[in-house]
Design a protein around this ligand. Structure first.
Ligand SMILES: [Zn+2]
Length: 101
């Protein structure tokens, strides 16, 4: 059994992860200029150098292709939102290591 001790006032700190992928999580934000929704699926998009318990910037881009006639086309605006990464560590059992006494 491992005891997990969490500080009541956790300091924000970098995880040291350049590309933080989170499969199963999608971030959605509306373009503040035209209202189109940009979606970031974190299974193939990543958050750069996230900090724990501190706001981390996420960049969004309103898709725009100069020669496209598509009605789904956005305005080319880019903006940032902030998210907070929180990590939960729980004890779930243990056993003796092989070769130990
Ligand atoms: Zn837009």
């Amino acid at each position: 059994m491992v005891e997990v001790i969490e500080s009541p006032n956790p300091p924000g700190d970098e995880l040291g992860i350049k590309r933080f992928y989170v499969p199963g999580v999608v971030l959605r934000s509306k373009c503040p200029q035209c209202g189109m929704v940009d979606e970031k699926d974190l299974s193939d998009n990543y958050i750069s150098y996230p900090q724990i318990n501190e706001p981390t910037k996420v960049h969004f881009y309103c898709e725009h292709y100069a020669d496209s006639q598509s009605e789904d086309e956005g305005c080319g605006h880019s903006w940032t939102e902030e998210v907070i990464v929180r990590i939960k560590i729980e004890s779930c059992g243990g056993k003796d290591e092989e070769g130990g006494n």
